[in-house]
Design a protein around this ligand. Structure first.
Ligand SMILES: Cc1ncc(COP(=O)(O)O)c(C=O)c1O
Length: 412
């Protein structure tokens, strides 16, 4: 059994524990755009949420959810194919497809469910799946469930990817990548990856056999004025014979709601409706959740990169520059996800003893009213604080974190 492994996790300071938040004073809408959380009767500034635009507490989302609940009730009752869906589900898909400039879109119950449903549906026996070594667990699990051959390529290494693709001539290939890597905060070189897909399709005598599968969980609402990573790279999904691009995005992060979508060509979506197991065999999301996602989508579309999205990036720059000037290692972060590694720690992969130092750093921050948890193996090979910055942070919040970090230097 697992008891000994559990003890070992404890000994190695790798045991995960859940911490629960209490409702903000006043609850609900009073928490609008706040970076504050309450745990164990104390208020903290959180640098741990993926609610990049601070929409999770926005009054517009809560109001839309309440109205939908009054009209549709709470639970959806069944999977959508068994009558669990509503007109709101359809509306969200139509609006999402328009926003992403694709022919169609399909709502899934979560980003993880979308990945583990879509990847095995799209890649089967005889196909080859190419996956960046730092992809999120959802892609990894989707690959594991697929009958396709799996090939890992080194993180963002295009020469490696090209070489591996060469070895699989004549086969249908799917390249799966996170757009923004969830622990390192760097961005996949989508322009290069798309170029490689184009080249391969040309060489296979016009037969479009290389498909691009993107997990844009941390790009949606953040990159490309909120439209996501493809827009950031100015790549437009084109119809056949251009390489097919399948975009998975979540409503659960920058959009402050819950659930996910896949935006792609019409026949891909039709295929997923018929073969995506997490779609077919799971109860639909409640209408109130869908209504909140619709409200969030409207806010992102109205923003056009000028309001909350601009503030998010300004905040990101302030924190990033501050960390750099203090000498902290931020790895290759280019986004609101910023790893924080103390200057004196080596970047040895799997250096378990570093987990203790990072835990100590996280505890020091906690004592100063800052919640920024330690991320440790096996989630990452290099232990770090994973800080996320949002539009809800104030300059004072950011400066407080920087000051607290400055105080820890040389004391860990
Ligand atoms: C890159 C990536 N993909 C997918 C997911 C899963 O999304 P969800 O939380 O909606 O299941 C996450 C969530 O942490 C993620 O970071």
């Amino acid at each position: 059994m697992f008891y000994q492994e559990l003890e070992k996790l404890q000994k190695d300071k790798l045991l995960r524990e859940i911490r629960d938040r209490a409702a903000q004073a006043g609850g609900g809408p009073a928490a609008q755009c706040s970076s504050r959380i309450i745990m164990d009767n104390r208020e903290y500034i959180s640098f741990a949420s993926n609610d990049y635009l601070g929409l999770a507490g926005h009054t517009a989302l809560a109001a839309a959810a309440k109205e939908a609940m009054d009209r549709y009730g709470f639970g959806a009752g069944a999977s959508r194919l068994l009558s669990g869906g509503t007109l709101l589900h359809r509306e969200l898909e139509e609006r999402m497809a328009e926003f992403k400039q694709t022919e169609a879109a399909l709502v899934f119950n979560s980003g993880h469910a979308a990945n583990v449903s879509a990847i095995p549906a799209l890649a089967g026996e005889g196909d080859v799946l190419f996956s960046d070594e730092l992809n999120h667990a959802g892609i990894i699990d989707g690959c594991r469930l697929s009958r396709a051959k799996k090939v890992l390529y080194r993180h963002r290494d295009m020469d490696h990817l090209s070489g591996l693709l060469e070895q699989e001539q004549g086969k249908r290939k799917i390249i799966a990548t996170d757009t923004v890597f969830s622990m390192d905060g760097d961005i996949a070189p989508l322009g290069d990856i798309y170029g490689i897909c184009l080249q391969h399709n040309k060489r296979s005598r016009g037969e479009a056999n290389t498909v691009l599968y993107l997990d844009d969980a941390h790009g949606a609402g953040v990159l490309g004025n909120g439209r996501g990573a493809l827009s950031h790279f100015n790549i437009k999904p084109e119809p056949w014979p251009a390489p097919a691009i399948i975009q998975m995005g979540t409503f659960s992060k920058a959009l402050g709601s819950y659930g996910a979508f896949i935006a792609a060509g019409k026949s891909t979506i039709e295929w997923l409706i018929n073969t995506g197991r997490g779609f077919i065999y799971s109860t639909a999301l409640p209408a109130c959740v869908i209504a909140a996602s619709l409200a969030a989508l409207s806010l992102v579309q109205e923003d056009q990169g000028q309001g909350l999205i601009k503030k998010l990036w300004q905040n990101r720059e302030r924190l990033f520059k501050g960390l750099r000037s203090l000498g902290f290692n931020t790895m290759d972060s280019e986004t609101p996800i910023i790893p924080i590694i103390p200057p004196h720690l080596s970047l040895n992969k799997g250096a378990v003893h570093d987990s203790g130092v990072i835990l100590k750093l996280s505890e020091r921050l906690l004592s100063r009213g800052i919640y920024a948890p330690a991320i440790r193996p096996p989630t990452v090979s290099i232990p770090r604080i994973r800080a996320t910055i949002t539009a809800a942070h104030t300059e004072a919040d950011i400066d407080w974190l920087l000051e607290a970090l400055a105080q820890t230097k040389g004391k860990l």
